[in-house]
Each structure stands twice: as structure tokens, then as C-alpha cells.
Design a protein around this ligand. Structure first.
Ligand SMILES: Cc1ncc(COP(=O)(O)O)c(C=O)c1O
Length: 393
């Protein structure tokens, strides 16, 4: 089983991160602190577990491997529960404050004090699943209508999960970018509010709030670990997750913050190409990766601002590693804990498994028997049929 990883072809580049202050200024300490205070007050909040995979780490001749398991987050199955819902709340709060001419608190929104006014604030987003589920869930909690745009390849169970949270789901005959365009156009025409997890020219506030929400997860990790990890292998779609994690770790751990290794599918390497070019670069996704949450051709501008200063390594992985990595967590070595990890959760693990076993890549990634590597298990079985087919099929 481990041979699958050692025989795999990965691309890797190492870059010198630029110097700058993005880790402190794009999402500020106050942004993270506000999000943590708000989200940890929500019904159903519980810390997600951090597992130690010691037998796997021994087999890889590393010091330790830690896996933050976001599959349990708010019963939604992914870390995205922390982002879209919170950014939606902040949009409602800002729009209400404008409309009513006074500062409205998040608590007032949460307690549905202005329910009639909130019912006229429609939240909109494109999604390949998890972000839209988070926004639908939040919109339903706070009483706002929600329209979610999905592309032709989003699985029907994922669409249904959003309908179950009261969202109107619109399937667009095109790819992810087509669904983003449709969401933006319909929002402009109808006076709706886009709550996106990715940023573009002139649109940054909701994506900043989304990343601030991920600060709940990083604060938990900070509390769960005695000392900083040496490395974080972290998967990217638009880069919001990786940037939110990297900036927060820099704020929490300062100079001791870990080496950030960005991992993408070879079918959607937008941050790899961006890092190679030294400037934001889009790629055309010709074929959808199985890792649906990572199938993004356009990096988030504000995420790149942070990653250009915080990430030193960019890796792409082939599709052949997805099922083996999921199985490795489902059927672990010895008494390592069993983990249910969805197909978009395991890219970091797959890259680590391959990287630790290829001698030259191991050196390039500065992996040693002292390395303490953190993986972000970003989702559980968010589509149970796909999970079943990949793990037991
Ligand atoms: C499970 C999972 N992991 C990772 C990511 C990547 O996050 P980002 O697009 O912020 O880079 C996503 C995005 O949808 C996801 O759903």
C-alpha cells in the first residue's frame, strides 16, 4: 500500500517567500478574535479532534503526524462550516446596520431581533459543495433567503444537502467558473448579496470574514499542540483555507510558525502556477478532479497575498493517490485512530506520504525524523456514496 505513494509522480517547487506584513494585515488579529468569540457561542459548537498518527509517522520515519479532523464540524462534515455561515452573518449585520441607520450586533442577528428585515436580505454563492452548505445552514439559522449556484459536476447528494437547509439550488450547465458568473450576474440584477469564499478585484470583505472563521480551527490547534508543528501540508482550492491557516499560525506562533506546504490536484494547480510565475495566474481546469473542493482554476487574490509571504513549497498530486490515502485513514496502521476522510481532505496526507518516501523530495521538503507534521483533514464523508466507492469499492 505504501508503495503506491513512493512510486507516484509529484511536481514540487520551492520558493523564497516574500517579506511583508500580509499575515497581520489581510485578516487581522481582531478579525480572528471576533470570529472566534462569535462562532464558539453558537449552539452545537464543539472542538474538533486532533489525532496523532504515531504508527504512520514511524513508518514514514518522521517525528509525528497530527491530523485535525474537521469531519465533525457542526454536523456539516467540513471546516467550511466555519466560513460561509459566519461571512453570511456579517453580510446580514452590515446590511441591517445600513438599512436601519444604527449599529446592529451579531447577537441581534443571531437572536432574530430583526427577522422581518433579514427576510429581505438574500445571500448568494457559487459552490462545489461545502461552502454552499455552510452558507445555506447559516442563512437558515439567521433567517435569510439563500440561492446557491452549482456546476454540472456537483453531485446530487451535495445539492440536496443544501436544499435540506432551505436553499434554492440552481444548477448551471458549465464548470465552476460558469457558476460563479451566474451567481454574480443574478445577484447584480436582483440586489442580492454574494457571499464568496474567494476574492477578486474590488470584492474582499466576505472572503476575509470566511478566513477569519477558519481561525476557530487554528486557535483550537494552537491549544491542542504543546509546540508548533514543523510543517503543515495543506490542500488548496482557491487558497482561502491555506491562507487563513498560515496567517493565523504566524500570528499565534510568530517565528516558530511552521513551514507551509501547499498541495493541489495536478488537474487544478492554480497556486502552483501562481507561485511559479510569482504573480496570480489562472489555469483552465480541463478535467474535474475527484477532489471536488479543490477543483478551482482561479486563486483568491487575498489568499495569494498571504501565501506569497508565508508558503515555501507547492506540490501537485495525481488522482491515483486519492483512494489509497482515504483507505490509509480508514484502515490505519496498528492502533492509530480510524478516520473518515472525504476525497478533498486527503491531499495533504497523500503529498506527505509520497514526499517522505522519495529521497530527493524528502530533502527538498526538509522532512527528517524530527519533523512534526500537521495535516488539515478538511472534510469527512460529505458524499457518503463517493466515500463508499473509493474506500470499499
Ligand atoms: C474539503 C475541502 N478541503 C479544502 C478545500 C479548499 O479550500 P480553499 O478553496 O479555501 O482553498 C475545500 C474547498 O471547497 C474543501 O471543500
Amino acid at each position: 500500500m505504501l508503495d503506491t505513494f513512493s512510486n507516484a509522480e509529484l511536481k514540487h517547487i520551492n520558493v523564497q517567500p516574500r517579506s511583508g506584513t500580509a499575515a497581520d494585515t489581510v485578516v487581522t488579529r481582531d478579525d480572528y478574535a471576533d470570529a472566534v468569540t462569535e462562532i464558539t457561542s453558537w449552539d452545537g459548537y464543539a472542538k474538533s479532534p486532533l489525532h496523532a498518527l504515531q504508527n504512520l509517522s514511524n513508518a514514514m520515519e518522521l517525528g509525528a503526524i497530527f491530523y485535525k479532523d474537521e469531519g465533525t464540524r457542526f454536523g456539516l462534515g467540513s471546516f467550511k462550516a466555519l466560513g460561509g455561515s459566519y461571512a453570511g452573518l456579517r453580510v446580514i449585520q452590515r446590511e441591517l446596520s445600513k438599512k436601519l441607520g444604527k449599529e446592529i450586533s451579531a447577537r441581534d442577528v443571531r437572536k432574530r431581533i430583526y427577522a422581518d428585515d433579514v427576510a429581505s436580505i438574500t445571500l448568494v454563492s457559487a459552490t462545489d459543495g461545502n461552502h454552499g452548505k455552510s452558507l445555506s445552514w447559516g442563512a437558515q439559522r439567521f433567517g435569510a433567503p439563500c440561492h446557491i449556484y452549482i456546476h454540472r459536476d456537483v453531485s446530487e447528494p451535495r445539492a440536496q444537502a443544501m436544499r435540506d437547509f432551505g436553499a434554492t439550488v440552481i444548477r448551471v450547465d458549465g464548470d465552476y467558473d460558469a457558476s460563479v458568473d451566474a451567481a454574480r450576474n443574478d445577484a447584480n440584477e436582483n440586489g442580492w448579496f454574494v457571499v464568496s469564499d474567494t476574492s477578486w478585484e474590488g470584492y474582499t470583505q466576505p472572503p476575509v470574514d470566511v478566513m477569519a472563521g477558519y481561525g476557530v480551527m487554528t486557535k483550537e490547534i494552537f491549544e491542542q499542540m504543546d509546540t508548533a508543528p514543523t510543517h503543515v501540508f495543506i490542500q488548496c482550492g482557491c487558497g482561502g483555507l491555506a491562507a487563513g491557516v498560515a496567517a493565523s499560525f504566524r500570528q499565534l506562533w510568530g517565528e516558530a510558525a511552521p513551514q507551509i506546504v501547499i498541495v493541489e490536484p495536478e488537474l487544478a494547480p492554480c497556486l502552483f502556477e501562481t507561485a511559479k510565475a510569482g504573480k496570480k495566474t489562472d489555469v483552465v481546469v480541463q478535467e474535474e478532479t475527484l477532489m471536488a473542493g479543490l477543483s478551482v482554476g482561479e486563486p483568491s487574490g487575498i489568499a495569494w497575498q498571504i501565501l506569497s509571504e508565508e508558503a515555501s513549497d507547492y506540490v501537485t498530486i495525481p488522482e491515483t493517490l486519492i483512494a489509497p490515502a482515504m483507505r490509509l485513514l480508514a484502515r490505519p496502521i496498528g492502533n492509530d485512530p480510524k478516520v473518515v476522510a472525504g476525497e478533498s481532505a486527503i491531499a495533504g496526507l497523500a503529498a506527505l506520504m509520497a514526499g517522505a518516501q522519495h529521497t530527493s523530495l524528502r530533502d527538498a521538503l526538509r522532512l527528517t525524523n524530527q519533523s512534526r507534521v500537521l495535516l488539515i483533514g478538511s472534510e469527512g464523508a460529505t458524499d457518503p456514496a463517493i466515500y463508499e466507492a473509493l474506500v470499499n469499492g
